[in-house]
Write a protein that binds this ligand. Sequence first.
Ligand SMILES: Nc1nc2c(ncn2[C@@H]2O[C@@H]3COP(=O)(O)O[C@H]4[C@@H](O)[C@H](n5cnc6c(=O)[nH]c(N)nc65)O[C@@H]4COP(=O)(O)O[C@H]3[C@H]2O)c(=O)[nH]1
Length: 888
Amino acid sequence: MQRNKRTIHIALVATVLALNLFIAGLLAYTLEVAKERKEEEVRVTVENLSLLLDQSVSSSIREIDLSLREVQGDLERSLLEHGRLDHALLSERIARFHDWLAPIAEFKVTDAEGRVILGHAVTSDTRVSYADRSYFYEHRSADDGVTRASKLVYGRVAGTWGNVFSRRYNDASGQFAGVVTAVVPVAYFERLLSGLSLGSRGIALMRDLDMSLIARFPPLETDAGGVGSRGGSLELRDIVAAGVQAQSFYSAQTADGINRINAYRKLASMPAFVVVGWGEDDYLAQWHYDRWKAIVFFLTFCAVTLVAGGLLWRLVRATERANQRSRILLQNASDGIHITDAAGTVVEASDAFCRMIGHPRADVIGMNVTQWDAGFSADGLREIIERLLESSEVLTFETVYRRRDGGTFPVEITAFALEVDGRRVLFCSARDISARKSAEAEVRQLAYYDALTGLPNRRLLLERLEAAQAAGAKLGSRGALLFIDLDNFKTINDTVGHQQGDALLKEVASVLGRCVRKEDTVARLGGDEFVVMLENLDEREDAAARVAEAIGGKILQALRKTFAVGNCERRVSASIGVTLFGGEAGEALEEPLMRADLAMYQAKYAGRDAMRFFNPQMQADAQIRAELEAGLWSALEKGQFVLEYQPQVRGSAKVIGVEALVRWRHPERGLVSPAEFIPIAEENGLIVPLGRWVIETACAQLAAWASVPGRAELSIAVNVSARQFLQPDFVADVLGALERSGACAQRLEIELTESTLITDIEQIIARMEVLRAHGLRFSLDDFGTGYSSLAYLKRLPLDQVKIDRSFVRDILVDPNDAAIATMITVLGETLGLVVVAEGVETEAQRDCLLQIGCRAYQGFLFSRPLGAVQLEAFLDAMSPQAAAQSPR
Ligand SMILES: Nc1nc2c(ncn2[C@@H]2O[C@@H]3COP(=O)(O)O[C@H]4[C@@H](O)[C@H](n5cnc6c(=O)[nH]c(N)nc65)O[C@@H]4COP(=O)(O)O[C@H]3[C@H]2O)c(=O)[nH]1
């Protein structure tokens, strides 16, 4: 990683450097080219200017030459014609030429001895001789007809520097007669040079071939700049010495210290040369400016690239750091991250992934997904890989991984394709979801299964019912629901405690499970309610019903037994409601369940431990029952309950007491029988306040009768249901009612049903004894219908047992009933209890009962249950009769 970083760093620095060098080179090259081009341009310019100068001088010299020739002609003509020089005429001619060439040349004429005799500014007093001038004796010695140009000379007449152009003239005999000269003053050349535009540092000069300065522009105020002074740079000397016609050169060591490009040109018309130079600073001024611009540009570029490089470096480092963080994250991530190639072979993997599948990292790199994925086939995995590689989607799916030790565990994969180093790879992140799965299973268990029994709960039952209904509607097959409710479970639960009650429910659950096939559903709805769902029964309704009936019977049989509940044993039975479902579409989901529930109630009403199939009447009954239940609560507040009293008679006429029977004076339905509403009140809990009201009312009645002769002896028996009796404050309630009313406790009798006894017998006995200690009496109702053990019966502090009216009804025709009635009578007498036969309707029944030894009766034969007022009338009517008959 460090090496990589260094490489990037070096590459970055090299790039910035190379870029800057390139730009610097490019700028330098461009500048150099521009400079060279400029220098070439200047060179051409100065060469042209030097050529121009040469041509200007030549042109002037040509005019001078013509003038000299003219004057020569005039002089020779004068000598020929006059034998002497006509001074006046010649002076005039010379003056004319002088005027014509005034700025350029001054004409003079000498005689054969060199004396100046005619010409500009020449008078008779002029005593100047040119005899020592080189051109003079050159002319004298050679009549060659040429115009000679002298070197720079100092004018003896004018007193100024100049170059002399001269011609020879001959006398009539052709002998040398003198020379005619034209002096070109240096001022002329200076003017010529100053006409050139060469910038502030330019130069134009003219020298003799022996390097004497003829003219210079601009003038130089030093010795080297004086006319006639010899000088010139080394380069110039070399050029002059080489004798070339023209040449440009660069001068660096000049007299004025200015570097220039110069053009040297030897003049064609006189022994001199011109040099035209252009100051470097002038012609390179723009270039210098451009160079500065280039430098500024380069520096800016340098700065920009450095900054960009720096930023890039920081970016690289930031990316590197991010990569490092990513690597750390990858290695430390709790999810199993791995990257595979297109074939599913691992190219990179996190530590967590290696730990996950239990292989060392060295093994993992190079492993193929098929080696650890146990959730998909090789084809399936290939399909997923292809799908990922072909799209840019992120896939999340669940699968199963296999560890090195062969163990498997569920994982959730998030995978997508990405491009690494130019090739498509798959990024996969695997999360171990074992905990989530087990939590989900737990949640599912909680959501769909009953925590106590582990059976499916209502929700799962409904789901399965829905599926079964759908399947049934499709296939035409039928199913059955068996709604099972344990009889008296509430009482058992209340007496043995919830823990034991729960254990009993678990036992019941396993019994139910054993009664059905594996594919059937046994569910617990709550409390003691179970539902068995049978599926795929016959298509024919009757055949399906037969199967359901058989299973129901089997369940009834299996539950009809004694279960060990804690330390004691409890007899259990169940009521089962059965209904069929399926075979037709469109039935509401809960409909079969409601039907089975209604049928179950029907089984309950039928005396429990029974099974009933649903029929439509049940629906109507249920409706009525629901209405009753709704009105029951407010009935107590509205005072709609009344007590009727049914006399209990000893012998044939002596009323020994009455049984208080509650009625509901329903505003619409009239008097409602307790047989209808007491079971409902027991179920919904209203029995507790209702029972309290019955006792209060009975006590009040006793207190009212206590002072009335003939009534004071009467006792009132009140029915107390198990649920009421087992209320913790039942004893206090009864004693409170007695106290408040002032009734005599000995006159109050409590009737318990046999079902009460199947609950916690010890507690019941304890309560009975407390109340008995206060003088209350106890009667056991419906004796013989339940399963009371005689051993318990012996222990109960009872005063009276009642033979159930079901035995009395058929006592004359059914020997069994007669035998049971006899047994109860004998048993009662043996235990010293009063035996009262219920439901005595006929004399024959009474006689039969009398015959077997039962002397106390209750029944329509004597009286129906009566309101208090009617009862009093009845008692009054009975008194003489009773008085007439002696008690037995
Ligand atoms: N067929 C026929 N029936 C006769 C004859 N003599 C009496 N009966 C009826 O037999 C039932 C006797 O009451 P039970 O067995 O305690 O049965 C009672 C009792 O278990 C319950 N009950 C009535 N009042 C109360 C109450 O205040 N509290 C409690 N917990 N239950 C009550 O309701 C049950 C039914 O009461 P009722 O409908 O009043 O029915 C009464 C009564 O009217 C007869 O000769 N022939």
